[in-house]
Design a protein around this ligand. Sequence first.
Ligand code: AMP
Ligand code: MG
Length: 409
Amino acid sequence: MKESLTRLEDALKVVLDTVPVLGVEKIGLLDALGRVLAEDIIAERDNPPWDNSAMDGFAVRYEDIQQAHAITTPTVLKVIEDVPAGKFPAKTVGQGEAIRIMTGAPIPKGADTVLKVEDTENTPTTVKVFKEEKKGANIRLQGEDVRKGDCIIPKGKAIRPAEAGMLAILAKSFIFVYQRPRVSILSTGDELADLDERFNEEKIVNSNSYAIAAQVKEAGGLPILLGIAKDNPDHLKRKIREGLNADFLVLSGGVSMGDYDFTKPVFQELGGEMNFWKLAIRPGQPVAFGNIGKTLAFGLPGNPVSSMVTFEQLVRPAILKMCGSQVLSRPVVQALFQEKFSKRPDRRHFLRGILWMENGMLMVRTTGSQGSGILTSMVKANGLIDVPVEVEKLKPGDVVNVQVLGGGF
Ligand code: AMP
Ligand code: MG
């Protein structure tokens, strides 16, 4: 019997069409890193706020120095004031005059050009000019960075260090950002033991909860660890109920052939509406998605790599959307594949890959063994090589798309 497989693109569309954007909250600038702006940031003043000097030197009138020539006619100007950074000039530069000025200090009235100190000879009261400067040289103009009234950072953008600095320039000590989704994480399986349990040779350590919690945090969500549910309907139901006050519930395990039979009725008994997909991807074929009340629920496959890869492809974009982010996917780069690879043209494969630069070209190879239980294949990877459904063979030198994982390369 031929299985009917769901394309990842179709599944992702269903997920994203279902996910709402959360409400907003006000936070302090120091807590803003990684948060998504829920307001357009409009400049309330120009930056720089006034014309200022880009150099330590002398503010002069261009017409006084335009004939300056080192040998025949050095110009001598009278220094009438000193303006350090942080002080406004009191005087106006008149004919034959200059004001000593430090980097960042406002340009005095009358002056239109700044001479670099190293291009002059000067005493406390005079400055000798040996060469002409361009009119307007060494002046940073009012508003050349930011113009009052302009939208400087749009809503939906995540705050990075540059945005934090810009918000400070704009005197925004508090900003409105989208709330962070709360994500309940529940691992299922009688074979599992948690980290705080006594070591037991018969058990497998519940690693998925921790990998998923880290993925949730990286995407901007707040993980809530519910621990492990036993492979029995009553315990599973009880544990799922504990997670239903969150925005998302992420289950790991319980959706593969053997487990499906009791997971499905549990969702139904809790009033859940779930899709059980056999996704046309590898790793990570069985995935469930739907809702129980207001909580959006994902059932991911239990194998550690499958769990991480399906999270990347479906849960991460969902969390980002809920966070209000405009960007829902990882950066994708094209690289030259350095191995041979073959598969049947029935699934999209995500190979764990290592990207590197060589002679100005981006190269990629796999991290070795690609089994869905080989978590070292994720540990070594800085990207996921995205091999389309219909592709059967790759050879060295073929161009492939690679999703760049967090941390870059
Ligand atoms: P399942 O999808 O529930 O059939 O799980 C498939 C396999 O993944 C299991 O046999 C375990 O080896 C592994 N596995 C399931 N859940 C976890 C977990 N939380 N942490 C680590 N490995 C897991
Ligand atoms: Mg299981």
